[in-house]
Design a binder for this molecule. Structure first.
Ligand SMILES: NC(=O)c1ccc[n+]([C@@H]2O[C@H](COP(=O)([O-])OP(=O)(O)OC[C@H]3O[C@@H](n4cnc5c(N)ncnc54)[C@H](O)[C@@H]3O)[C@@H](O)[C@H]2O)c1
Length: 347
């Protein structure tokens, strides 16, 4: 594998040119090709963590993502990012349509990544980004758990058993190695059965179907949610159900939680404060943005303390960031070039 750290930008560009003529050719990668490149979970966790720290340290250019909302409770987000340290530059165009399964029989999240050359702006690659979203979001949750949860936790709860539910159950084991019980919940029973069938063979902890949100809140020390993002909160968890010292790591904003829960957290962290301020501006926080302790990347990078004692109630709200996408997209692009995977298009 090439080592970009030992190359100047122009040497790296020459390496790309030796495989793909920049500004004449462009690579296209399908979802299966991206998945089949052999990039490991450990690599994804490391890259994702680096990118979150870099964002919070001001080392990337990443505006809050803008979006459009064609149908009720749906969105498209544009997630551009320039990440000089990894020569990464590009944009993800991703959609989330929660009714897709009922209407069309497929998942709610679809996306494409356009990866560009930082020096000339030329497009280098268009790749399916469903796997990028799947794996980096789960890695974000695992990274957050490493610093903000009690890493000796025995119980973990997962709300939403779709693409994210599966990926987060799988990834959480890197952060919480002592888990004994994993409670899962989905309002579509077959999704829970499918998660158990897929994840139990590779999971030491016992995966158990929870009966209710209340059971998850009362039993679990660490809770992740990835079910549905609504334009207005639609609380399913009652604040009084949560245990002392719980860590909640949300990938579906604060939809499932009461305002009292987010506001009473000892530490309320966001992946990007700018992003959540933008969401607040378009109505996603009808009761106002809670007092923010800091960014997830600040806790990961040691700029702010993470969990300081067993009793802290910590809420981490990660809505997803372009820096996570671009660092994984760069890795995918380079690996595909090295392995000769994908199709070249003439521009
Ligand atoms: N933060 C991020 O970076 C990020 C990235 C990807 C996805 N997401 C969000 O995560 C969520 C899940 O995405 P996915 O790709 O796994 O979708 P998916 O469609 O594969 O799975 C969602 C699951 O949630 C279940 N569900 C829906 N409403 C529910 C409810 N009220 N209670 C319990 N279960 C419910 C569905 O039955 C489904 O099985 C979406 O809201 C998506 O926008 C966030």
């Amino acid at each position: 594998m090439i080592d970009k750290k030992k190359m100047t930008n122009m040497e790296y560009r020459d390496w790309i040119n030796s495989k793909l003529t920049i500004n004449k050719e462009m690579l296209q990668l399908s979802q299966e090709e991206v998945k089949g490149l052999g990039i490991t979970n450990e690599e994804i966790i490391e890259l994702t963590e680096l990118s979150m720290i870099a964002y919070s340290a001001g080392e990337v250019e990443m505006p809050a993502k803008i979006g459009i909302h064609p149908l009720h409770d749906t969105f498209f987000h544009a997630q551009p990012c320039d990440y000089p340290a990894v020569y990464g530059c590009g944009i993800k165009w991703g959609a989330c349509y929660p009714e897709n399964r009922q209407r069309f029989g497929y998942a709610q999240t679809t996306s494409q990544y356009i990866y560009n050359d930082r020096e000339s702006g030329a497009p280098l690659c268009i790749m399916d980004a469903v796997w990028i979203t799947e794996i980096r979001t789960a890695a974000v949750a695992a990274c957050a758990a490493k610093k903000l949860a009690n890493v000796k936790a025995k119980t973990f709860g997962m709300v939403g058993c779709g693409v994210q539910g599966n990926a987060q159950v799988m990834m959480m084991q890197y952060a919480l190695p002592e888990l004994e019980e994993i409670y899962i919940l989905d309002n579509y029973e077959p999704a829970m059965d499918a998660l158990i069938e897929r994840q139990q063979p590779n999971t030491k902890a016992k995966i158990i179907k929870a009966k209710s949100y209340e059971e998850i809140a009362r039993k679990c020390e660490v809770i992740c949610s990835a079910a549905i993002i609504k334009e207005q909160p639609d609380p399913q968890f009652k604040d009084e159900w949560f245990r002392k010292g719980v860590t909640i790591i949300s990938s579906d904003a604060h939809t499932a939680y009461e305002d009292a829960t987010v506001k009473r957290a000892d530490k309320y962290l966001l992946d990007s404060i700018a992003q959540h301020e933008l969401l607040a501006g378009i109505g996603y926080y009808p009761d106002g943005l809670p007092k923010v302790y800091g960014e997830t990347g600040e806790a990961l990078g040691g700029m702010k303390p993470g969990r300081e004692n067993d009793d802290e109630f910590i809420f981490v709200n990660n809505i997803g960031m372009g820096c996570e996408d671009v660092i994984v997209a760069a890795k995918i692009f380079e690996t595909a070039l090295e392995k000769g995977v994908g199709r070249k298009f003439i521009l």
